[in-house]
Structure formats: structure tokens, C-alpha cells
Design a protein around this ligand. Sequence first.
Ligand code: MGD
Ligand code: MGD
Ligand code: SF4
Ligand code: MO
Length: 684
Amino acid sequence: MFGMSSYKDISNGVFPSVCSLDCPDQCGLLIHKKDGKIVKIEGDPNHPVTKGNICNKVRNMPARLYDEKRLQYPLKRVGSKGEGRFVRISWKEAIDTITSRWKDLIKRDGPESILPYSFYGNMGRLSAEGMDRRFFHKLGASRLDRTICQSAGTVGYSYTMGGSFGIDPEDTNHSQLIIFWGINAVSTNMHQVVLAQKARKKGAKIVVIDVHKNQTGRMADWFIPITPGTDAALALGIMHILFSENMVNEHFLHEYTVGHEELRDHVVQYDPATVSGITGVPIEDIYKLARMYGSTSPSFIRIGNGPQHHDNGGMCIRTISCLPALTGQWLIKGGGAIKGNSGYLAINTAALQRPDLLKNKNTRMINMNQLGQALLELEEPVKSMFVYGTNPAVVAPDGNKVRKGFQREDLFLVVHDLFLTETAKFADIVLPATSSYENTDLYTSYWHHYLQIQQPVMDAYGESKSNVEVFRLLADGMNFDESVFQETEEEMIQQALNFLANPFIEEINMESLKENQFIKAKVKPLFPGKLPTPSGKIELYSQRMKDDGFPPLPTYIPLEEKGSFPFLFVPAPNHNFLNSTFSNNEKHVQLEKEPRLHMNVKDAETAGIKDGDMVRVWNVRGDCEMKAAVGENVLPGVVVSQGLWAEAPGTNQLVNSLTPDRLSDMGGGAVFFSGRVNVEKGKL
Ligand SMILES: Nc1nc2c(c(=O)[nH]1)N[C@H]1C(S)=C(S)[C@@H](COP(=O)(O)OP(=O)(O)OC[C@H]3O[C@@H](n4cnc5c(=O)[nH]c(N)nc54)[C@H](O)[C@@H]3O)O[C@H]1N2
Ligand SMILES: Nc1nc2c(c(=O)[nH]1)N[C@H]1C(S)=C(S)[C@@H](COP(=O)(O)OP(=O)(O)OC[C@H]3O[C@@H](n4cnc5c(=O)[nH]c(N)nc54)[C@H](O)[C@@H]3O)O[C@H]1N2
Ligand code: SF4
Ligand SMILES: [Mo]
């Protein structure tokens, strides 16, 4: 019943697998086993997109899987909250404790006093949004709005394009111009870089638009530094030039868009001088970029997550995503854009998550980016949380508020994870989680067009259990008798794939996945065709946006945070961690060395800071310490850090102590990169 493997013997041999991390590449893997142990993880050379290449993070995964710090047993807190002192208990005691506390809470305060809090630490569709959703729907718990990652940009992109639909990345090796726009692809989407390098061999140019000249910027043919939060203005400046120099594709505009006449008039105001003043991009570079974009075909824009982690993030992505329509690039193989492609691999989430089990359709919704507020400021504060697949004490904005909330004596906190994370240290009960390699699960990439399957290739570590198993046990403990709580992983996957609304996955089922390991959805190009927007076309003018209270045409809107703190602070991810995952694994930490703050030479001189000095970064929300990396990699007035570092003794390196928990313009998204800070030499 528990994720039966079709492999007869998993002690020795090489087994196909899939990377479960929250990464667009979703690589095919080969797991090498010897005497019952994973001895090596490598890329599966047969995977048509990832072709045997994988990142260093996952090549070093065996060290994480067998790390002596990995949790093996359920634990109960004996120290104070956050101290990290626990004793071993049985699963029975753990489940009994949780369910009896919840039964009391439901009686006293109602089910909305309980909050599930999860994200995609494991991208498996069952692990991330399967039995757990069924369970919390039935429980009637508060709902969580899972907005921490890409929601602002996804909503913005949908206003233009109707959903998460871009081009097939496999076509991008035909592109002649590739723009990495606010994406650190060398670290975060390495196979898109491999495809771009292939295109480059055939003459393509690679342009990177970013606030930081990181690994991706250094690999570009042309790196364009931009002031954070101003990308919409740059895109509008490009449109201004495309229209005024007749570089638009009139046929495409007439056939496949609405609002091009309004847009043509609207962008007159975004002349290169104005745009240069906003973005910091020199006037001649705006012309050069627009002319390059207007005259090169196929051209491809890979839209990253950076520009949408801002106050204006939704509008920014909405605006950038209008560009390929102006040049008609969507009609050309290798032309167009990718923001996300999850729309093509839509599965039957209603069957998987069973929202019908939720009786009260007005059950409150809590935005995950405002966790601190939910714990400290709501009129009916959350009384119990179940955290799984995420590490909010490190990754959520306004971290000091989150931690203060976790310290509440009356909060009953359960954390299910593979490690005693910073969040788990605050827990009353800690449950050990299996790794994805120990489970059966279904994987759908949000970049390429393949579905993949994971079957167990490793025995459960210690007494650890998968998310699906834990919620089965909790359902039993709560005396939920619906048969949906007894279903096997394979049954759930089969239901998820049974989805007439998505013809692209029509022929894919559990059996064919087991046989093939990965299968490409039968995706058709977007054009010629009808988009799922209200008009069926690309909406350069969007009535829906107007109805929702936004300017209907793409518009530049400045960031919100003003005041006396001189620097815009962009705390981005790093190369060797995946969000906070690996920040507690020695190998990965060694490779990354220490947290650094990139700042411009001019700013450093003014502040008397030298390269390698320890600096204190602070604002009204908190402070943290890093080593200054002084140079020309960021513009004056901007400081950039990389990585969501774990707490280490004697350090103060939690960047999210500084980030705001305001919400972005669209989708209730996070605005990690729109905060301001001060920087001073010296330790605290
Ligand atoms: N190695 C590694 N890979 C990862 C992750 C990781 O932590 N480490 N995280 C995974 C996850 S969950 C996600 S969502 C993706 C995210 O991966 P990406 O899409 O690459 O997004 P970010 O790394 O958040 O930011 C991308 C870039 O945006 C830049 N940036 C910030 N603000 C702006 C702006 O206003 N304008 C412009 N033009 N650029 C800006 C940053 O400097 C950064 O280089 O990566 C996934 N893959
Ligand atoms: N400052 C700043 N903050 C950010 C970002 C940023 O760029 N800058 N990026 C944001 C983004 S885009 C994202 S997506 C979030 C991501 O943040 P998180 O979703 O918290 O991602 P991770 O830090 O990787 O934590 C995932 C946790 O899930 C656990 N896990 C893995 N597999 C399983 C499983 O099968 N079951 C259970 N129960 N647990 C499992 C892992 O051990 C790990 O502790 O961070 C956000 N925070
Ligand atoms: S983290 Fe990304 S690049 Fe690395 S193995 Fe996983 S899917 Fe591939
Ligand atoms: Mo993310």
C-alpha cells in the first residue's frame, strides 16, 4: 500500500529517477545503488531535455540523504521554543498528541484556528498537494494562499497571455537572440543555458538584464545592469522604439492581439530619455537593445523570478510579456518567451485535492507571505500550524516577526521535515520525512513539457514517513472515514492524470509512465490558435485588468518603500543551495563559503568599507551581518546578497530579517527585493 515499487530489488543496480527540487529543469536522474546504499546520483543521459547533465547540488545529494543530522524518529520538545531540545517519541504518541490537541482546538476555537503551511520542498504532486489537501479540506482548517514564489508574475503574465503558456524550451536552440531577463539561469535553470550555448554556436547573441552581474551576467555577450524594480519602464521604452521605427509585425498585431492601437499611443510617453532616467540604462543602450530585438529572429525571452519579487512585480511581468507580440515572434520556432509552462501539464487537481471535502466555502485564507501577521496580529490568531515542505523561519519575509510568532507559548506547532530546520526548532512535535527517493510520486515540470515518475529506490530512512503516509495517519487519528484517505499513491496518480480538460496529456497514465519513466505531453504551438484570455488573443489592452483596478495598458509603477535607508536590497538565491535546502549540509556550505554583500565601489568608498570587511546591514525590521564584496557588479545604490543561509552559531545571517511582508500588486506575491537597508562597517 505504501508506494510499492515495481523494482523487485533496490539494493543493487542503477534506477531511473527524477529530481524533486523546486527547480524548472526537473532533471531525469540515475540512482546508483550498492549493497542497499545510494553511492552515486547522476543525470539520465536518455532524458531528452536534461541529457545527463545535473547540477552540483544534486550530485552531492547522497551526502544529504545519509547525513547524520537527518531525522529518523518523531520528536517531542523538552526545551524552550527555538532552543532545539527534543526527546524521541513513537509515531503513535506523535499522532495521538497532534490529533487530540486538534480535536480540542476545533471544539474550542473552530477548525480555522489550525493552519497548514507548506510549499514545494518536494515538487511531487502527491507530496506537495495531494493527501494533505484532502486532509485539511476535510478538517476545515484555514486555507493557505501559496504565494511566496511566482504568483505575482504568473497573474501578470496571465493578463497578457491567458495562462502559464510559453514556448517549448527544446526549440530555443534555434533562437538567434536570447534574453535572460531577471533570471540567474546559470544557477537556477542550467539546461536553458545549455540550450542557449548551443544557439550561440549557431550565431545567437545572449543578453542578460539583471541588477547583479552574477554568473549569468558574466556568461552573456551583453550584460545590461538595471535599477531594481524598473524593468517595466525598459520594456515600454523598447516598445516605444519598435513602434516609432516601424519594427512591429502589423500582421501579427492585427490577427492575434487586442489593443495595439491604444498601446502605440500609450508608449509615446516612454521615450528613451525618460526610460533611461528611470532604469539607469543609457539612452544609446535602450536604442541598441530595441533595434536588436526588433531585427533579430527568432528571439526568445526567458523571464525570471527576480523582477516579480517586487511591489510592481505583476505589472512588470505583464509588460515584458507583451514584447514578443509586437514583433510577431510567437509564430516562429524558437521565438517567443517562457515565464512558466505549467499550463501545458495541468492535471486533475480536483480529483487529487478534493476541494469538495471543504464544507465551509468561505473558510478563511491566509497569505503565506504574511505569516508573522497571522501569528501576531490577526483578531483570531492561528493557534496551531502544521509545516511541511518549507522552512518559513528562514525563507518567509519579515523573518523576525515570523520568529516572534513561533515563540508564542500557546502556539501548537508541528513540523514535518528531513532535518531539524530552524523552523523545526520551534516545534512542539517534529516528524521525520522520507526523501523523494523513498516515495512514489508524479512530477510535472514548470519549464519543459515532460511528466515523470518516481518509484521508491531507497528504503524509508529510520522511521521517516512520506507526506502522503503522514496525512493518512492523521486522517485515521481524526476518525475520517472517507475512502479517499485510504487510496494508494498509484490510485491517486491515476486520478490526477485522468483529465479530459487537458488533451496534451491524454495518453499518459500510470502504466505508461512506469514503462517510460518520462513522457512528453503532446503540446501544440500557441499560434496560430486561440489563447485562454477573454478575447482569445494576446491582450495588450486588458479590460480584465481595468475591471480588477489596474491600468489596462502596460505601465511602469515605482516601488513603494521610500525613506532614509539609502540602499535597495536584493537578497537573491545562491548557486549551491536550493532556497534554504542544503544550507544545513556541510558540502554545500563549503562550496558557497560565506554570505557576502555585493556593493558598488563608489558606495563602499563613501561608507569607508573595503572588500572583505564585515558589514552590518540593517533597517527597521532587523539586521544581519555579511562580508562586503566590493566591485562593479551592482549599480550604486543597490546591494545584493545571495543565498538563504541557515543560522550558524555566532552568526547573524538571516537575510529575511530585513525583507518586507508587504504584498505585490498582483497575486498576493512576495516583495523580497523591494526593501531598503543601510550598510555600515563592523559587526554588531
Ligand atoms: N541554485 C539554485 N537554483 C534554484 C533556486 C535556488 O535557491 N538555488 N531556487 C529555485 C526557485 S524556488 C526559484 S523560484 C527559481 C528562481 O530563479 P530565478 O528565476 O533565477 O529568480 P531569482 O534567482 O530569484 O532572481 C533572478 C535574478 O533576478 C535579479 N533581480 C532582482 N531584482 C531584479 C529586477 O528588479 N530586475 C531585474 N532585471 N533583475 C532583478 C537577481 O539579481 C537575480 O539574478 O530558482 C530555482 N532554482
Ligand atoms: N530573501 C529571499 N527569500 C526567499 C526567496 C528569495 O529569493 N529571497 N525565494 C522565495 C521563493 S521563490 C521560494 S519558492 C521560497 C522557498 O522556500 P521553501 O519552500 O521553504 O524551500 P526550502 O528552503 O528549500 O525548504 C524546503 C523544506 O522542505 C523539506 N522537504 C523536502 N522534501 C520534503 C518532503 O517530501 N516532505 C516534507 N515534509 N518536507 C520536505 C526540506 O528538507 C526543506 O527543509 O523561498 C522564498 N524566500
Ligand atoms: S536542482 Fe535542478 S538542475 Fe539540479 S538536478 Fe535538480 S532539476 Fe536538475
Ligand atoms: Mo521559488
